[in-house]
Ligand binder design. Structure first.
Ligand code: JS2
Length: 252
Protein backbone atom coordinates (compact mmCIF):
# COMPACT_ATOMS: atom_id res chain seq x y z
CA UNK A 1 0.00 0.00 0.00
CA UNK A 2 2.89 2.37 0.92
CA UNK A 3 4.48 1.65 -2.49
CA UNK A 4 1.17 2.26 -4.26
CA UNK A 5 0.54 5.37 -2.14
CA UNK A 6 4.11 6.48 -2.83
CA UNK A 7 3.55 6.04 -6.57
CA UNK A 8 0.28 8.00 -6.44
CA UNK A 9 1.84 10.71 -4.26
CA UNK A 10 4.91 10.98 -6.47
CA UNK A 11 2.56 10.85 -9.48
CA UNK A 12 0.57 13.76 -7.96
CA UNK A 13 3.76 15.80 -7.31
CA UNK A 14 5.32 14.94 -10.69
CA UNK A 15 1.97 15.73 -12.42
CA UNK A 16 2.16 19.31 -11.03
CA UNK A 17 5.88 19.46 -11.77
CA UNK A 18 5.25 17.98 -15.21
CA UNK A 19 2.73 20.74 -15.98
CA UNK A 20 5.24 23.44 -15.04
CA UNK A 21 8.20 21.82 -16.81
CA UNK A 22 6.09 21.22 -19.94
CA UNK A 23 4.97 24.89 -19.96
CA UNK A 24 8.60 25.95 -19.53
CA UNK A 25 9.84 23.77 -22.40
CA UNK A 26 7.01 24.91 -24.69
CA UNK A 27 7.65 28.58 -23.90
CA UNK A 28 11.39 28.22 -24.59
CA UNK A 29 10.64 26.40 -27.86
CA UNK A 30 8.42 29.33 -28.90
CA UNK A 31 11.02 31.88 -27.70
CA UNK A 32 14.23 30.14 -28.79
CA UNK A 33 16.34 33.27 -28.10
CA UNK A 34 15.68 32.66 -24.38
CA UNK A 35 16.57 28.94 -24.35
CA UNK A 36 20.30 29.40 -23.77
CA UNK A 37 19.84 31.45 -20.60
CA UNK A 38 16.97 29.51 -19.02
CA UNK A 39 17.06 25.97 -17.59
CA UNK A 40 13.63 24.55 -16.71
CA UNK A 41 14.96 22.22 -14.00
CA UNK A 42 16.87 25.07 -12.32
CA UNK A 43 13.76 27.27 -12.52
CA UNK A 44 11.63 24.47 -11.02
CA UNK A 45 14.06 23.96 -8.10
CA UNK A 46 14.16 27.71 -7.41
CA UNK A 47 10.35 27.75 -7.43
CA UNK A 48 9.87 24.66 -5.23
CA UNK A 49 12.27 25.87 -2.51
CA UNK A 50 9.97 28.82 -1.84
CA UNK A 51 7.11 26.75 -0.35
CA UNK A 52 8.04 23.05 0.10
CA UNK A 53 7.96 21.93 3.76
CA UNK A 54 6.53 25.25 4.93
CA UNK A 55 3.28 26.37 6.48
CA UNK A 56 1.13 27.38 3.45
CA UNK A 57 0.27 30.66 5.20
CA UNK A 58 3.86 31.52 5.98
CA UNK A 59 5.33 32.09 2.51
CA UNK A 60 6.38 35.74 2.17
CA UNK A 61 6.77 37.19 -1.37
CA UNK A 62 10.56 37.33 -0.94
CA UNK A 63 10.59 33.51 -0.63
CA UNK A 64 10.26 33.65 -4.44
CA UNK A 65 13.35 35.87 -4.94
CA UNK A 66 15.53 32.90 -6.05
CA UNK A 67 12.83 32.03 -8.63
CA UNK A 68 12.73 35.62 -9.93
CA UNK A 69 16.52 35.55 -10.26
CA UNK A 70 16.50 32.17 -12.05
CA UNK A 71 14.31 33.40 -14.95
CA UNK A 72 16.12 35.49 -17.57
CA UNK A 73 13.84 37.47 -19.87
CA UNK A 74 14.58 40.83 -21.49
CA UNK A 75 11.65 43.22 -21.47
CA UNK A 76 10.75 45.15 -24.59
CA UNK A 77 10.14 48.79 -23.70
CA UNK A 78 6.79 50.36 -24.71
CA UNK A 79 5.00 46.97 -24.78
CA UNK A 80 4.08 46.27 -21.15
CA UNK A 81 0.39 46.03 -20.35
CA UNK A 82 -1.05 45.90 -16.86
CA UNK A 83 -4.68 45.08 -16.21
CA UNK A 84 -7.34 44.81 -13.52
CA UNK A 85 -10.72 43.02 -13.66
CA UNK A 86 -10.16 42.39 -17.39
CA UNK A 87 -8.20 39.12 -17.31
CA UNK A 88 -10.04 37.08 -19.95
CA UNK A 89 -10.22 39.93 -22.47
CA UNK A 90 -6.60 40.96 -21.93
CA UNK A 91 -5.31 37.41 -22.26
CA UNK A 92 -7.37 36.84 -25.43
CA UNK A 93 -6.12 40.11 -26.90
CA UNK A 94 -2.42 39.71 -26.08
CA UNK A 95 -2.30 35.97 -26.72
CA UNK A 96 -1.90 36.41 -30.45
CA UNK A 97 -0.18 39.81 -30.60
CA UNK A 98 3.32 40.79 -29.45
CA UNK A 99 2.76 44.55 -29.45
CA UNK A 100 1.51 44.34 -25.86
CA UNK A 101 2.87 41.92 -23.27
CA UNK A 102 1.21 41.05 -19.96
CA UNK A 103 2.85 39.29 -17.01
CA UNK A 104 1.11 36.04 -17.98
CA UNK A 105 2.74 36.36 -21.41
CA UNK A 106 6.24 36.26 -19.93
CA UNK A 107 8.01 33.01 -19.02
CA UNK A 108 7.51 33.57 -15.29
CA UNK A 109 3.80 34.35 -15.58
CA UNK A 110 3.10 31.64 -18.17
CA UNK A 111 4.54 28.91 -15.93
CA UNK A 112 2.04 29.39 -13.12
CA UNK A 113 -0.98 31.15 -14.64
CA UNK A 114 -4.18 29.52 -13.38
CA UNK A 115 -2.39 27.03 -11.10
CA UNK A 116 -2.74 26.41 -7.36
CA UNK A 117 0.02 24.95 -5.16
CA UNK A 118 1.07 24.65 -1.54
CA UNK A 119 2.88 22.35 0.86
CA UNK A 120 2.93 22.01 4.66
CA UNK A 121 5.42 21.85 7.51
CA UNK A 122 7.81 18.89 7.30
CA UNK A 123 6.31 17.71 3.98
CA UNK A 124 8.19 17.15 0.73
CA UNK A 125 4.94 17.13 -1.25
CA UNK A 126 3.33 19.75 -3.49
CA UNK A 127 -0.45 19.83 -2.98
CA UNK A 128 -2.80 21.29 -5.62
CA UNK A 129 -5.97 20.98 -3.58
CA UNK A 130 -6.92 22.08 -0.03
CA UNK A 131 -4.54 25.03 -0.30
CA UNK A 132 -5.39 28.37 1.37
CA UNK A 133 -7.59 30.51 -0.89
CA UNK A 134 -6.40 33.94 -2.10
CA UNK A 135 -7.94 35.82 0.81
CA UNK A 136 -7.62 33.12 3.51
CA UNK A 137 -4.22 34.46 4.58
CA UNK A 138 -1.92 37.19 3.26
CA UNK A 139 1.24 35.16 2.82
CA UNK A 140 -0.08 32.08 1.05
CA UNK A 141 2.03 30.37 -1.61
CA UNK A 142 -0.04 31.47 -4.65
CA UNK A 143 -0.79 35.05 -3.54
CA UNK A 144 2.83 35.70 -2.55
CA UNK A 145 3.98 34.42 -5.91
CA UNK A 146 1.69 36.77 -7.88
CA UNK A 147 2.54 39.68 -5.61
CA UNK A 148 6.27 39.11 -6.06
CA UNK A 149 6.00 38.43 -9.81
CA UNK A 150 3.77 41.51 -10.30
CA UNK A 151 6.20 43.67 -8.34
CA UNK A 152 9.09 42.45 -10.48
CA UNK A 153 7.11 42.90 -13.72
CA UNK A 154 6.32 46.52 -12.85
CA UNK A 155 9.84 47.25 -11.59
CA UNK A 156 11.30 46.15 -14.96
CA UNK A 157 8.78 48.21 -16.98
CA UNK A 158 10.22 50.82 -19.33
CA UNK A 159 9.08 53.41 -21.88
CA UNK A 160 5.35 54.04 -22.31
CA UNK A 161 3.22 51.43 -20.51
CA UNK A 162 -0.54 50.80 -20.50
CA UNK A 163 -3.22 49.40 -18.23
CA UNK A 164 -6.47 47.88 -19.51
CA UNK A 165 -9.24 48.64 -17.02
CA UNK A 166 -12.91 47.68 -16.94
CA UNK A 167 -15.28 50.49 -17.90
CA UNK A 168 -18.31 48.43 -16.84
CA UNK A 169 -17.32 48.90 -13.18
CA UNK A 170 -18.37 51.90 -11.09
CA UNK A 171 -14.74 52.15 -9.94
CA UNK A 172 -12.42 50.68 -12.58
CA UNK A 173 -9.37 51.41 -10.39
CA UNK A 174 -8.99 49.98 -6.89
CA UNK A 175 -6.06 50.85 -4.66
CA UNK A 176 -6.35 47.42 -3.02
CA UNK A 177 -5.98 45.48 -6.28
CA UNK A 178 -2.65 43.96 -7.30
CA UNK A 179 -2.40 46.62 -10.02
CA UNK A 180 -3.20 49.42 -7.57
CA UNK A 181 -1.41 48.23 -4.43
CA UNK A 182 1.76 46.83 -6.04
CA UNK A 183 2.32 47.52 -9.74
CA UNK A 184 1.52 51.25 -9.98
CA UNK A 185 3.83 51.89 -7.01
CA UNK A 186 6.70 49.91 -8.53
CA UNK A 187 6.82 51.90 -11.81
CA UNK A 188 10.21 53.63 -11.93
CA UNK A 189 10.19 57.16 -13.35
CA UNK A 190 13.81 56.81 -14.42
CA UNK A 191 12.64 54.14 -16.93
CA UNK A 192 8.90 54.73 -17.42
CA UNK A 193 7.77 57.86 -19.32
CA UNK A 194 3.99 57.39 -19.21
CA UNK A 195 1.11 55.21 -18.04
CA UNK A 196 -1.93 55.18 -20.32
CA UNK A 197 -5.20 53.80 -18.96
CA UNK A 198 -7.13 51.98 -21.70
CA UNK A 199 -10.68 52.15 -20.34
CA UNK A 200 -12.62 49.45 -22.17
CA UNK A 201 -16.29 50.43 -22.30
CA UNK A 202 -19.41 48.80 -23.69
CA UNK A 203 -22.06 50.96 -25.38
CA UNK A 204 -24.25 50.87 -22.27
CA UNK A 205 -21.40 51.88 -19.90
CA UNK A 206 -21.36 55.40 -18.45
CA UNK A 207 -17.90 55.30 -16.86
CA UNK A 208 -15.45 57.84 -18.30
CA UNK A 209 -11.84 58.91 -17.80
CA UNK A 210 -13.18 61.43 -15.26
CA UNK A 211 -14.16 58.58 -12.93
CA UNK A 212 -13.24 59.48 -9.31
CA UNK A 213 -11.28 56.23 -8.87
CA UNK A 214 -8.71 57.56 -11.36
CA UNK A 215 -7.88 60.39 -8.95
CA UNK A 216 -6.69 57.69 -6.55
CA UNK A 217 -4.68 56.11 -9.36
CA UNK A 218 -3.01 59.44 -10.20
CA UNK A 219 -2.26 60.05 -6.52
CA UNK A 220 -0.57 56.64 -6.37
CA UNK A 221 1.45 57.12 -9.57
CA UNK A 222 4.87 58.78 -9.36
CA UNK A 223 4.30 62.42 -10.36
CA UNK A 224 7.27 62.22 -12.75
CA UNK A 225 5.40 59.63 -14.84
CA UNK A 226 2.91 61.16 -17.31
CA UNK A 227 -0.67 59.92 -16.83
CA UNK A 228 -3.05 59.50 -19.77
CA UNK A 229 -6.44 57.90 -20.13
CA UNK A 230 -8.61 57.05 -23.10
CA UNK A 231 -11.79 55.09 -23.72
CA UNK A 232 -11.54 52.07 -25.98
CA UNK A 233 -14.81 50.58 -27.28
CA UNK A 234 -15.21 46.96 -26.16
CA UNK A 235 -16.43 46.16 -29.70
CA UNK A 236 -13.06 47.33 -31.06
CA UNK A 237 -11.08 45.08 -28.72
CA UNK A 238 -13.43 42.20 -29.46
CA UNK A 239 -12.97 42.79 -33.21
CA UNK A 240 -9.22 42.67 -32.81
CA UNK A 241 -9.41 39.45 -30.79
CA UNK A 242 -11.27 37.74 -33.60
CA UNK A 243 -9.35 39.30 -36.51
CA UNK A 244 -5.60 39.01 -36.06
CA UNK A 245 -5.01 40.83 -39.34
CA UNK A 246 -5.98 44.12 -37.70
CA UNK A 247 -2.73 45.80 -36.60
CA UNK A 248 -2.32 46.73 -32.92
CA UNK A 249 -2.26 50.41 -33.77
CA UNK A 250 -5.85 50.11 -35.03
CA UNK A 251 -7.00 48.16 -31.97
CA UNK A 252 -6.40 50.48 -29.06
C1 JS2 B 1 -2.45 35.94 -13.22
C2 JS2 B 1 -3.25 36.02 -11.10
C3 JS2 B 1 -3.22 33.90 -12.28
O1 JS2 B 1 -1.57 43.84 -13.89
C4 JS2 B 1 -2.19 42.60 -13.55
C5 JS2 B 1 -1.26 41.43 -13.66
O2 JS2 B 1 0.08 41.86 -13.84
C6 JS2 B 1 -1.44 40.68 -12.33
O3 JS2 B 1 -0.28 40.09 -11.90
O4 JS2 B 1 -1.82 41.71 -11.43
C7 JS2 B 1 -2.67 42.62 -12.10
C8 JS2 B 1 -4.10 42.12 -11.97
O5 JS2 B 1 -4.43 41.98 -10.63
P1 JS2 B 1 -5.61 42.85 -10.01
O6 JS2 B 1 -5.36 44.29 -10.24
O7 JS2 B 1 -5.76 42.39 -8.59
O8 JS2 B 1 -6.85 42.46 -10.85
P2 JS2 B 1 -7.93 41.36 -10.53
O9 JS2 B 1 -8.64 41.10 -11.82
O10 JS2 B 1 -8.73 41.74 -9.33
O11 JS2 B 1 -7.11 40.07 -10.05
C9 JS2 B 1 -6.63 39.18 -10.99
C10 JS2 B 1 -5.76 38.22 -10.22
C11 JS2 B 1 -4.39 38.77 -10.06
C12 JS2 B 1 -3.46 37.81 -9.39
N1 JS2 B 1 -3.64 36.47 -9.91
N2 JS2 B 1 -2.71 36.67 -12.13
N3 JS2 B 1 -2.68 34.59 -13.31
O12 JS2 B 1 -3.39 32.68 -12.37
C13 JS2 B 1 -3.54 34.65 -11.13
N4 JS2 B 1 -4.10 34.29 -9.97
C14 JS2 B 1 -4.17 35.42 -9.27
N5 JS2 B 1 -4.71 35.51 -8.07
Amino acid sequence: LVIVFGAIASGKKSSFKDVVIKRCQTFLKEHSNMARENDCEIIWKAFEQAYIGRDPCDIPPEAYDPLINSVKQDVVCNTMLFWSKTKDMVQAFTDKRDCLVILEGTLLGALFDGLTWCSKNESQETFTTDCPSWSYCQNNSVRSFWNRASSNFAATACGNVSAMLNGSLEAPFSSTSTFGSIEVKMLDHSKVNSLTVLLVTKETDTTTCDNPSFHSLQNTLDTKIAYKCRKVPYSKVEGCISDLEIPCSDCL
